[in-house]
Design a protein around this ligand. Structure first.
Ligand SMILES: [Zn+2]
Length: 501
């Protein structure tokens, strides 16, 4: 019957549309699927009018035909939020859920352009990994002029297009203020990643011992903390970790305010969010790595204060530059990670989360093994890089324009990142033939150039206020959708393959 309906649709609309075959679903005698013309995608609802009517989908075109001697209606509907909510009420698997309900690792695929979810779903096929398909940090949302709601909606439309009926998560990533948190709650996110980095005091390491002690003496909660931690010795694996006066002072002065922030935000979440949710505490955006002792103090303190969190993202030792391999001694990383994992086992109730996970291929097998296959990993920029790579293959002239523009904004855009990028080591693209442009994506410097300038590229406007690249980027990726999907899914699959051990 499904095929009869889609054939009828194609004939009725004189073959102007293509149907996404996996998307075709039926519920209560009505049919729903995604279709596209040369410009856009649409939702089609199809059924006997009295059956379709109660749902009141927003639509802009409809055609009546005859099926079984009865009036039958096809409606062409825009992919709006309102229509998505209606669809979610019919197909409840289109609502995001919590990964803690499944005992498996989870993996986040940030989608800066909001069109990569179908490719991400393809990558997860056959993998025993929980996908977090809606995930964008506050910073990425600002830079791409998106919104939490759009991030969520784009991912869910992607699920529907692929006919995906499995569970998936949604991560309001790197939330820093209560307004953002409230907005994320309103959108129905299931994972909240709280980023207290504005409250972490990164200068403490530079204090002299005397300065440190003086500052610590001023803390009103000092005695209470000392009673709990001072002199305490905890056996973690083969090592003993203990809080001495100075090490405790340093940790409390660095992270004390951040813990308070997490507690306030957690209470806010508990009060305002009536749905089940999970919480990630991210302290990865600090200049230096999180020591095992600091990890131990933070989680002990959070649990002591009643914060029920599921993930902790420490800043692991080494350099986690965007979109390229891990930089650092992998054995040192492994040794530190072992200790972090032993703390997790000792305290219990949460798992480790790895941020900036794009292209850290050497780290993945170690991370999966050491965490006992219970972890979360986030990637984001790497899917955008695959989109840019697709443009270099399918629309070389556009890529050249983007690349040259990116070179002019790199110095300005790099300030929020820790990078070793050397622009001089990027080949001069005027000397590259069109078919050679793709080789730039194997050059770490060129990767980082495109990785971090995405916001400037997507927001740049000409004198008349029109986007200089944005619309052409979307149009190119729409026209060459299969190439784009294939590039993204293969690249993400390359990540996921390393996590099955
Ligand atoms: Zn992060």
């Amino acid at each position: 019957m499904k095929e009869r309906i889609t054939d009828l649709f194609l004939k009725t609309f004189s073959m102007r549309y293509d149907i996404y075959p996996f998307s075709v679903k039926m519920a209560d005698d009505c049919y729903y699927f995604v279709t596209k013309d040369k410009q856009k995608k649409y939702l089609v609802t199809a059924g006997y009018p009295e059956k379709l009517k109660p749902f009141k989908f927003e639509c802009f075109d409809g055609k009546n035909v005859e099926v079984n001697q009865q009036d039958f209606l096809f409606k062409l509907c825009p992919l709006t939020h309102i229509n998505l909510v209606k669809l979610q009420n019919i197909f409840s698997y289109l609502k995001p859920t919590c990964s803690k309900r499944f005992s498996k690792p989870s993996f986040g695929t940030g989608d800066r352009l909001g069109i990569a979810t179908p490719a991400h779903i393809q990558a997860f096929q056959g993998k025993n990994i929980f996908p977090v398909l809606a995930q964008l940090s506050t910073r990425e949302i600002t830079r791409t002029e998106s919104s939490l709601q759009r991030v969520m909606d784009n991912a869910i439309w992607g699920c529907f297009e692929m006919g995906y009926e499995g569970p998936f998560g949604s991560d309001a990533d790197h939330i820093k203020d209560l307004n953002n948190l409230q907005e994320a709650i309103n959108c129905g996110f299931t994972l909240y990643t709280l980023d207290p980095s504005d409250y972490i005091n990164n200068d403490i390491g530079q204090y002299s011992k005397d300065e440190l002690r003086l500052k610590y003496q001023e803390l009103p909660e000092r005695r209470k903390i000392e009673k709990k931690y001072l002199g305490r010795e905890i056996k973690i694996g083969k090592q003993k970790l203990s809080f001495e006066q100075d090490s405790l002072a340093e940790i409390v002065l660095t992270f004390g305010e951040a813990v308070k922030y997490i507690v306030i935000f957690y209470k806010f979440l508990k009060e305002k969010n009536k749905q089940d949710f999970e919480l990630e505490v991210s302290i990865d955006e600090t200049p230096g790595p999180t020591s095992p002792l600091a990890h131990l103090w933070i989680v002990s303190e959070l649990q002591y204060q009643g914060v029920n969190f599921q993930n902790l993202a420490p800043h692991f030792i080494g350099d986690w530059e965007k979109g390229i391999e891990y930089i650092g001694d992998i054995n040192t990383f492994k040794r530190e990670l072992e200790l972090h994992c032993q703390i997790v086992s000792h305290i219990g109730g949460y798992k480790l989360s790895l941020h900036s996970g794009s292209d850290k291929f050497s780290v993945y097998p170690i991370f999966a093994r050491e965490t006992g296959n219970l972890f979360h990993i986030k990637t984001a920029g790497t899917s955008w890089l695959e989109a840019a790579k697709t443009i270099s293959l399918c629309q070389p002239d556009l890529y050249r324009e983007i690349h040259n523009f990116a070179l002019t904004c790199f110095e300005r855009d790099r300030f929020s990142y820790q990078l070793t990028t050397d622009l001089k080591r990027i080949p001069d693209i005027d000397r590259l033939k069109d078919e050679e442009l793709v080789t730039l994506f194997s050059n770490n410097n060129a990767r980082q150039l495109i990785h971090i300038t995405y916001g400037s590229i997507l927001r740049e406007k000409d004198e008349e206020g029109r986007y200089r690249f944005r619309d052409r980027i979307f149009q190119t990726l729409f026209t060459h959708e299969n190439t784009h999907y294939q590039a993204v899914s293969e690249h993400i699959k390359g990540h996921l393959d390393l996590l099955n051990f």
